[in-house]
Design a protein around this ligand. Structure first.
Ligand SMILES: Cc1ncc(COP(=O)(O)O)c(C=O)c1O
Length: 485
């Protein structure tokens, strides 16, 4: 049978995901009926002009979710018994004459509607997913005790907060912590608490960017930031990075001069490069000359294993044109969903107003508990423990990669953060490499989605959720699946 599918290699969503979504939605809408046969993977790959691995990957996903089934010797079919949850939501196939609801999205709404949904990294036996700290090693008993104490101390936390910038004692604690450990230059009144970096980036973009105005950003760079900038119709100006971080000379050639430049100097996301001191000074000079504002995203700067944490760009000069963003997602746990912006003095009121308009304020109870966690010394104690643990895991990962991949792997990035990049020199597509890993219970992800240009062979490997034994076994399985040995 012919399937009219349409894949677009110019968008960020991987081809296998697009294929998965299109088949999935045809099953949901009834366009593909139960028991119907699908084309063989080779045939479909040929007609769509994609690799066979792309098709197999999406078929396998649909099989594992119960939408498709294979019959030995006969092929792949829409499952006769569709998953129960699906049956409850089966929508009738749209009729030609079904009237559409009069939805008239704003330009912003239209841009959001066109973007592909955020993809979660799936669970696996050996998961090298990135961006997550070890939840198992967080001192949960202590957190529970503090929650209990704060809940019973008074009931202020039940009401609206009167301060959209955030709980005063927490801002005091963060200002002291940032001055001490990140050499950030700030007073508590410059801090605005947010629901993580994502909300901070949303506020910054809303406040500074009109449609078509330019934002320079590292390439490859953080997809979460790219998506926010795009949703505001900003003109993205990708700037290359090398072993010393963003190449500042490339900024000087940009036209128009970008209003904002988004950087991750402590640990470039995703390559892991540390922005050298010379480049930091060069970047500050350039921003001062050109009137641009630097957005410094210090998402995991606390984790350095070979030297002391490097001071933030924001603190290098008095009144540096820098907005500093921090998050507790990596040093605590992502579900806490707290972060902050350090705002230049003259912009504090505007940020506070925007923060209130966005969703008033962060949970007062969470902020009060976090204050205790910081002021009683638990945060820095937890960080010291985690640095030792992640350093060992990182080393185990480097050793395992070198032992199993030998000359075929290069490891990028400084000895820092919660992930590294493995550059594999194999004659295989990234999707195939990921697929073969998945077949042996290993999850790895390609750097592709963070790159504005096509690229192959770079994999982001997180090492926080796997212990040294799991790292050794997982990498060995992956290498075997790739026939490295
Ligand atoms: C570069 C970068 N910034 C920020 C974040 C996360 O920020 P948050 O969870 O606070 O929105 C991530 C998450 O992985 C990241 O990679």
């Amino acid at each position: 049978m012919e399937l009219a599918l349409n894949l677009d290699s110019t968008i960020a969503t991987p081809l296998h995901r697009q294929l998965y979504e299109q088949i999935h939605s045809r099953i949901l809408s009834g366009q593909l009926s139960r028991g119907q046969r699908l084309p063989a993977s080779r045939t479909l790959a040929h007609s769509l002009q994609v690799s066979r691995a792309t098709v197999t990957l999406s078929y396998d996903q649909l099989i594992s979710e119960g939408y498709l089934e294979t019959r030995p010797g006969a092929g792949t079919f829409v499952a006769a018994q569709l998953p129960e949850t699906l049956l409850q939501v089966v929508a009738p196939a749209p009729q030609e004459n079904t009237p559409h609801l009069p939805i008239n999205l704003s330009y912003y709404g239209q841009r959001i509607a066109q973007a592909s949904p955020w993809e979660n990294q799936p669970a696996a036996q050996y998961s090298f997913r990135y961006g997550h700290p070890s939840l198992a090693l967080f001192p949960l008993h202590l957190w529970k005790k503090l929650v209990n104490q704060e809940m019973t101390a008074n009931s202020h936390w039940m009401d609206y907060s009167t301060d959209p910038q955030g709980y005063g004692p927490l801002r005091d604690a963060i200002a002291q912590y940032l001055t001490r450990s990140r050499a950030v230059n700030c007073q508590p009144e410059q801090i605005v608490m947010t629901h993580g970096t994502q909300q901070a980036l949303q506020l910054v973009t809303q406040l500074f960017i009109n449609p078509e105005e330019a934002i320079a950003l590292e390439n490859p760079g953080y997809l979460g930031a790219q998506r926010i900038f795009r949703s505001h119709a900003a003109q993205l100006q990708p700037v290359p990075v090398d072993d010393d971080g963003i190449i500042v000379e490339a900024l000087t050639n940009l036209s128009p001069i970008p209003k904002l430049v988004y950087v991750t100097p402590s640990h470039q996301f995703p390559t892991g490069a540390l922005l050298s001191l010379a480049r930091r000074l060069q970047l500050l000079d350039w921003a001062q000359r050109s009137g641009s504002l630097i957005i410094e995203d210090d998402y995991d700067g606390e984790y350095r294993y070979s030297s002391r944490p490097i001071p933030a760009l924001q603190g290098l000069r008095r009144n540096a044109p820098v907005i500093y963003l921090g998050t507790f997602a990596k040093v605590m746990f992502p579900g806490l969903h707290l972060g902050y912006v350090v705002v230049p003095q003259n912009l504090v009121q505007t940020f506070a107003q925007a923060r209130w308009l966005s969703d008033r304020h962060c949970s007062l109870l969470d902020q009060a508990v976090l204050t205790r966690f910081i002021t009683e010394g638990h945060l820095e104690r937890h960080l010291r423990r985690m640095r030792i643990c992640y350093d060992r895991r990182r080393q185990a990962l480097v050793n395992a990669l070198q032992a199993n991949f030998g000359e075929a792997v290069d490891i990028l990035g400084d000895s820092a953060g919660l992930h590294l990049v493995a550059r594999l020199n194999l004659r295989l597509f990234d999707e195939d490499i990921i697929h073969r890993a998945a077949q042996v219970g290993v999850y790895v992800s390609s750097l592709q989605v963070h790159n504005l240009q096509p690229c192959q062979g770079d994999f982001i490997l997180g090492y926080t959720e796997v212990n040294e034994t799991q790292i050794a076994t997982g990498i060995q399985r992956w290498a075997t699946a790739l026939q490295m040995q």
